[in-house]
Design a protein around this ligand. Structure first.
Ligand code: ADP
Length: 238
């Protein structure tokens, strides 16, 4: 069953089309990567699923519920931002608790979920620190932890590794793959990095010029690229 479904979705900023007629089904538990060059519409598409951008035309269904106009807080998805978006004046634990407290989750449940996520991400020692006292990699962990405690239907990652150095990027990529195995939750992951896409994805959605060029497994898009653009972008043999 599709967890997230987009049907003939369009989006314009003013007179500029940024998403053109996109249709896509993301299956339950699937890890789908949106891959494409800068400006191809990946982030806008993700933000539309999160409810942070409106949809001009078309339908969006999450877990069977039509939600083009549903408030972001009611969509049961958790977004992890490129710049982490942590509250600087709160501790790590408070950052993780904030979204849950707002929707009335009891304190004891919040504490349990924070402890469990902190164990999973090996960040127990960071819980009482403020974001300014953390490295970039540690901040990224907190951002992921904050998404995990929401127990969302789907995780939406917007270039989560792009601010990390190469070694940390490679390590975090492996950890994200492990996390996906462990949580078995639906994930959509935006990147312009072919290696990240090839190593993480169950399926890759290749975007170019605001529309989908191809959808397929990493092996399919590499060995049977649908266009010259895809072949060039994923480095298929000529
Ligand atoms: P990507 O994530 O693939 O780099 P984006 O989704 O960020 O692409 O952007 C797609 C297009 O939409 C780009 O041309 C970008 O300049 C434009 N765009 C994105 N956000 C806005 C906005 N808030 N207002 C106007 N144009 C925007």
């Amino acid at each position: 069953m599709a967890d997230i479904s987009l049907s003939r979705v369009w989006k314009r900023f003013g007179s500029v089309e940024v998403i053109r007629d996109v249709s896509l089904d993301v299956g339950s538990g699937e890890l789908v990567v949106f891959l494409g060059p800068s400006g191809s519409g990946k982030t806008t598409l993700l933000r539309m699923i999160a409810g942070l951008e409106s949809i001009d035309e078309g339908a969006l269904t999450i877990d069977g519920v039509r939600c083009e106009t549903l408030h972001p807080g009611k969509r049961n998805v958790a977004m992890v931002f490129q710049n982490y978006a942590l509250y600087p004046h709160m501790t790590v634990a408070e950052n993780m608790a904030f979204g849950l407290r707002n929707v009335g989750v009891p304190s004891s449940v919040i504490r349990e979920r924070i402890d469990e996520a902190a164990r999973m991400l090996e960040m127990e020692a960071l819980l009482q620190r403020k974001p300014a006292q953390l490295s970039g990699g540690q901040r990224q962990r907190v951002a992921i932890g904050r998404a995990i405690v929401k127990e969302p239907k789907a995780f939406l990652f917007d270039e989560p590794l792009s601010n990390l150095d190469a070694a940390l990027r490679a390590r975090t990529r492996v950890e994200l793959a492990e996390l996906h195995q462990r949580l078995k939750s639906t994930m959509i992951y935006v990147t312009h990095d072919q290696v990240e896409a090839m190593t993480l994805a169950d399926r890759i959605v290749i975007l170019n010029d605001c529309r989908i060029e191809q959808i397929g497994s990493p092996m399919e898009v590499y060995s049977r690229p649908a266009s010259r653009f895809v072949a060039g972008f994923v480095g298929s043999p000529a």
